[in-house]
Design a protein around this ligand. Structure first.
Ligand code: COA
Ligand code: AMP
Length: 634
């Protein structure tokens, strides 16, 4: 098998049309494409132009037609709701067809947007697939976002219908979703025509007559809808992700390239076979959930596991092993933060040994850099390959990985291994020239990107170009920095913009600053991401008050924390705001966030040559020390 990876990667770049045209045979097409890759309008590339298909058909109906009707498609395991339910491919197809009938009854047709704001229940998966069935474009918003964030997404996507639920469950707490939804619709300019609400037994939601409908009532009355044929290049979904401002970017995913890439990834990256159980412990609100809870496992004919719980506390740090053993999981994919949480509570892995993990073959980690101690701990405890792989909402599937389905390469700690076939990764200097092996620079992907990657941003072609393609002409800029070593292994080190990664969730410090700046007593502010043993990073805010501020400093800090929770949501994990006299700046007025971060993390730092007033750094260090930070690393 040696050399399989290198050969596949070489072929994918030398002959992308041949490579992906071959991979596309695995998908059911209503009409074959005219061109595998249409490159006539760079930097906008189209995969499988002229091809027609339906993604829901590929995820459900074709498996029923091909004899998988009785196989489990989805296992819902919820320690927080005390429920386990299994849906066969036939059952899931039938429910999705009915829900599509509900949406059709509410006027939803091909190209309409449907927003989904739901907890991790099977109906969330059904909602996504029902949209795909009609050719409607779904936009899922993560439940941990607050009403104003939801409103921003409603205004951008302009959904005809919103699908939601009465509540989510966070370990012991029931979080009412409906008041958040009502508030978001109040704030939004673009009002949906209807909302369909799944009433969960833990909390009933009040419905607004004429706008809101009860999910089950509509399902009982609906008739099933068939799959609507769409173009390969039609959008399947929009997924909003943090940009460098408070305005999120609407990442668009097409139907054809997406289905082809995800199918290919299941065999070649994850090494799975149809019929096996694949568990992605994430949330359907993130790209990882879109790709690897919903679309890839189903398109490939696996059984997907939907887990509504946490790695710890539901009920203990053995929860993951219980699920793996009980459902015969072959491959688990989650974020390193989940393993740090487990390791903290069960450092010796005693709970692991209570379960039979006989079918478990591999662990994949992504969402943030997999720190070597966590990888080594997981390898030791589980005795299976532990694979760090790197990707982004934009790319939709992994850019670098150890493609164990092709060939398992030796692991290098701290590296997410090598570029996956389809991705032409280069390390560029700021002037655009390619750097040598071992030199750190901007990680960029030579265009065209492979199928499955974003074709553009929703109704924002210009922003797509200016955000990703302008700085390095001919390349997509990942906004991650890193290097490629002598052996071709990729090391992703840090973001080059203001994005931070909190428990595998992507947040913009600029977005948090916008919220803090709105406080009436705040003159200016800065937010940095500081190291956190569990979550990787957490945001920390520095506030400079206006002269004659109406409130005392402690109160402003407290209100600032509350404001971020109300405007962005609990997912921001924003718990620390400090009032300081001044912020360190360069002579041209740029806030020295990087230096502040190094001080907070106890790292050595150089006094920036361009600093306006060096004394301020000392003041900042004192404030941080007073709050228990700025301790020497190690
Ligand atoms: N709805 C409402 N609130 C939510 C939510 C949701 N869907 N998801 C998270 N929250 C809330 C949490 O309750 C928490 O609130 P709190 O500040 O009142 O405690 C806050 O948002 C932060 O959540 P989270 O970052 O998940 O932290 P946690 O302390 O609850 O759990 C981990 C820590 C490590 C256990 C958790 O982050 C985890 O399981 N991570 C797995 C990795 C993952 O899913 N990554 C996604 C990308 S692959
Ligand atoms: P998201 O779009 O939320 O998936 O976040 C993408 C960002 O998370 C990337 O740009 C990286 O900064 C970071 N990231 C994801 N996976 C990894 C990884 N395996 N190693 C390092 N960083 C990662």
């Amino acid at each position: 098998m040696t050399g399989q990876y290198a050969e596949a990667h070489r072929c994918s770049l030398a002959d992308p049309e041949g490579f992906w045209g071959q991979a596309a045979q695995a998908i059911d097409w209503q009409q074959r494409w005219e061109r595998v890759l249409d490159d006539t309008n760079p930097p906008f590339y189209l995969w499988f132009r002229g091809g027609k298909l339906n993604t829901c058909w590929n995820a459900l109906d074709r498996h029923v037609a091909n004899g998988r009707g009785d196989q489990a498609a989805l296992i819902y395991d919820s320690p927080v709701a005390g429920e386990i339910r299994t849906f066969s491919y036939r059952e899931l197809r039938d429910r999705v067809a009915l829900l599509a009938g509900v949406l059709r009854g509410l006027g939803v047709a091909k190209g309409d947007r449907v927003l989904i704001y739901m907890p991790m229940v099977p109906e969330a998966v059904m909602a996504m697939l029902a949209c795909a069935r009609l050719g409607a474009i779904h936009s899922v918003v993560f439940g941990g976002f607050a009403a104003p964030e939801l409103a921003t997404r409603i205004d951008d996507a302009k959904p005809k219908v919103i699908l939601s639920a009465s509540c989510g469950i966070e370990v012991q707490r029931v979080i009412a979703y409906k008041p958040l939804l009502d508030r978001a619709i109040e704030l939004a300019q673009a009002k949906p025509e209807s909302c369909v609400i799944l009433q969960r037994p833990m909390a009933a939601a009040a419905l607004i007559a004429g706008r809101d409908y009860d999910w089950q009532t509509l399902m009982a009355r609906a008739s099933p809808a068939d799959c609507v044929t769409v173009d390969a290049t039609d959008p399947l979904y929009i997924l909003y992700t943090s940009g460098t401002t408070g305005i999120p970017k609407g990442i668009v995913r097409d139907n054809g390239g997406h289905a082809v890439a995800l199918y290919w990834s299941m065999a070649n990256i994850y090494g799975l076979k149809p019929g096996e159980v694949f568990w992605t412990a994430s949330d359907v609100g993130w790209v990882v959930g879109h790709s690897y809870i919903v679309y890839a496992p189903l398109i490939y004919g696996c059984t997907s596991l939907l887990y509504e719980g946490k790695p710890v506390g539901t009920p203990d740090a053995g929860a993951f092993w219980r699920v793996i053993a009980q459902h015969g999981v072959a491959v688990l994919f989650t974020a390193p933060t989940a393993f740090r949480a487990i390791k903290r509570e069960d450092p010796e892995g005693e709970l692991i040994r209570r379960y039979d993990l006989g079918k478990f073959r591999a662990l994949f980690l992504a969402g943030e850099r997999a720190d070597p101690p966590t990888v080594e701990w997981a390898e030791r405890q589980l005795a299976v390959p532990v694979i760090d792989h790197w990707w982004q909402t934009e790319t939709g599937w992994p850019i670098t990985a150890n493609c164990i389905g092709l060939e398992k390469l030796p692991v290098k700690y701290g590296s997410s291994t090598k570029p996956v076939p389809g991705w032409d990764l280069r390390v560029l200097a700021t002037d655009g020239h390619e750097l040598k092996r071992g030199e750190i620079g901007a990680l960029c992907l030579k265009l065209p990107l492979p199928p499955g990657a974003l074709p553009t941003l929703w109704h924002a072609d210009d922003r797509f170009v200016s955000s990703y393609l302008e700085e390095y002409p001919g390349y997509y800029q990942t906004a991650d920095a890193g290097f490629i070593d002598e052996d071709g292994y990729v090391f992703v080190m840090t973001r080059t913009d203001d994005i931070i990664n909190v428990a595998g969730h992507r947040l913009s410090t600029g977005g948090i600053e916008e919220v803090l700046a709105a406080h009436p007593d705040v003159a200016e502010c800065a937010v940095i991401g500081v190291a956190d043993a569990l979550k990787g990073q957490v945001p920390m805010g520095f506030l400079v008050l206006k002269a004659g501020a109406a409130r005392p400093a402690a109160q402003v800090a407290e209100e600032a924390v509350r404001l971020v929770r109300e405007r962005i949501g609990p997912v921001a994990s924003f718990k620390t705001a400090m009032v300081v006299q001044r912020l360190p700046k360069t002579r041209s007025g740029k806030i020295l966030r990087g230096t502040m971060r190094r001080i907070a993390d106890g790292e050595a730092y150089k006094m920036p040559a361009t600093i306006d007033d060096p004394a301020i750094l000392g003041e900042i260090a004192e404030t941080l020390k007073g709050a228990g930070y700025a301790k020497p690393a190690g």
